[in-house]
Design a protein around this ligand. Structure first.
Ligand SMILES: *Cc1c(COP(=O)(O)O)cnc(C)c1O
Length: 473
């Protein structure tokens, strides 16, 4: 049984953009920096809370502090032109609608929906797309519950950032819990359900229960793993520790376990400091005591965690706390991508050096991994073939499972930062999966459950291969 924590009365409160000027830590910045922060936060979503400010950020080390970089807007996150437009508006205290119009324009240039998430992964039920679901790989369905479309704090690099800024067209969420359950009951190939967002842990426990409890009853025997993607252990560990909301969530985990299924917490940890506080460690212990398994993942981000020692320390702490390191991701091509960009060659070196330093128990982690249009692409290393240095890759997950685990090679270079930047190694026009991928994504070419074709697909449009093909035409 779960016991209530003795400490209580800890209440979450979001700190938003309009409160920035009144934070003592921000008042201590010089005027230019404050202006830049107000300008950037008008474009990119901003939210923190007292736990992040007081327990995770070392204010003697700003602006370099990794959690400060991860949560507070920095001037270089916008291009110099965009920054100056926004600064002018803030300086002359422009009306809200003028500020919003300028901000929207900039956002739409920042590739708010990368990698065909919205166009290609939305499944159909009885011929209609179900908003708020993604079903890309046969065994796993993603669900974005309506009440879970925010977080306890926002990461400046978030690839779901468009969710948070009220751009209706870009939002990805569901109010259709019944449809979700109906869809699952008709798809016996689905063994895993992943609740994601935003962060489902911002939801009241009773709403989470409404999503999860039906999956424990007859008709859903095929759903064996119930995953919850969250950053709440980092941003608001009290969610698992204090009060009735915490206890009722943990009871839900116990019930999932009692029904013979695995509750898996897919925890987002960017930096070891997030694991250092007593309340975060207690949150981990309580989840585990309730039968939850915690797997950990995060993207590799310049200014935040771009060193081997940070990852080695993070994985080491995670393993000691009973968590399982799972993925090191490459950040997607969205938002302030230039600010956070780590080229693949460097990402690979960081992964390899970190992996060599840790216990075998931490080497469950795979990286660098890109969640790209054809699947989850894993950069496995460099090789030398006939005197030329190459990248070796594989798809851990493929839109077509037949593509998985087959080694393929690209030219090596120091600048590429995404799968679509890479060139096939041996003069081929495209990687082996490419033709079939384009066919799958064409109108009527997909599986039944993939209904819609992209109006705008940045991944294809930007791709080196396609540009080459167009040139050759
Ligand atoms: C990563 C991912 C999954 C889950 O993949 P695992 O390797 O099983 O963790 C499912 N769906 C999508 C769209 C994903 O990106």
């Amino acid at each position: 049984m779960i016991e209530s924590s003795s400490q209580s009365g800890v209440r979450y409160r979001a700190i938003l953009r309009h409160e920035l000027p009144s934070l003592p830590q921000i008042q201590a910045l010089d005027a230019d920096e404050r202006l830049a922060m107000m300008a950037v936060s008008a474009v990119l979503p901003f939210r923190v809370n007292q736990y992040v400010i007081e327990e995770l950020i070392d204010w003697d080390d700003i602006p370099d502090d990794p959690i400060y970089q991860l949560t507070f807007p920095q001037h270089d996150m916008l291009s110099p032109e965009d920054l100056s437009v926004m600064q002018d508006l803030v300086r002359r205290d422009a009306p809200q609608d003028e500020l919003q119009t300028a901000a929207r324009k900039i956002r739409f240039r920042m590739n708010p929906q990368p990698d065909g998430q919205k166009e290609y992964n939305v499944p159909c039920y009885q011929g209609e797309p179900i908003q708020g679901m993604q079903h890309k790989y046969d065994d796993t369905v993603l669900y974005f519950p309506r009440q879970g479309q925010t977080c306890h704090a926002f990461c400046t690099y978030c690839f779901r950032w468009a969710q948070f800024i009220g751009e209706k067209d870009l939002r990805f969420r569901s109010g259709e819990t019944d449809l979700f359950h109906a869809y699952l009951s008709e798809h016996p190939e689905v063994s895993d359900v992943l609740f994601t967002g935003g962060d489902p842990m911002v939801m009241r426990s009773k709403h989470l229960r409404a999503c999860i409890e039906p999956l424990l009853s007859p008709g859903f025997e095929h759903v064996r793993q119930i995953r919850i993607g969250t950053k709440a252990i980092s941003w608001w560990p009290h969610r698992f520790v204090h009060g009735e909301e915490a206890d009722s969530f943990l009871r839900l985990l116990e019930e999932i376990r009692a029904a013979g299924k695995l509750p898996a917490i897919m925890a987002h940890f960017s930096h070891p400091v997030e694991l250092s506080t007593p309340v975060a460690q207690e949150a981990i212990r309580r989840i585990q005591d309730a039968g939850g398994v915690i797997r950990t993942q995060a993207p590799l981000i310049r200014h935040v965690n771009d060193s081997a020692s940070i990852w080695a320390e993070m994985w080491t702490r995670q393993v000691a706390l009973g968590c399982i390191p799972y993925y090191m991701f490459v950040a997607r091509d969205t938002g302030p991508k230039e600010y956070f960009r780590v080229p693949l060659a460097r990402a690979l070196r960081i992964y390899q050096r970190a992996a060599r330093r840790v216990s075998g128990l931490a080497r469950t982690v795979r990286g660098p991994v890109m969640s790209a249009l054809p699947g989850k692409a894993h950069l496995t290393g460099t090789v030398e073939i006939q005197g030329r240095k190459l990248f070796s890759l594989q798809l851990l997950r493929g839109r077509n499972p037949a593509w998985e685990r087959r080694p393929f090679f690209s030219k090596y270079d120091e600048e590429s930062a995404w799968l679509t930047d890479l060139e096939p190694a041996f003069g081929e026009r495209e990687f082996f999966y490419r033709k079939e991928l384009l066919k799958m994504l064409a109108p009527g070419g997909g599986k039944d459950r993939l209904p819609v074709r992209a109006e705008r697909d940045n991944t294809i449009r930007n791709s080196h291969e396609l540009q080459e093909q167009q040139k050759n035409r």
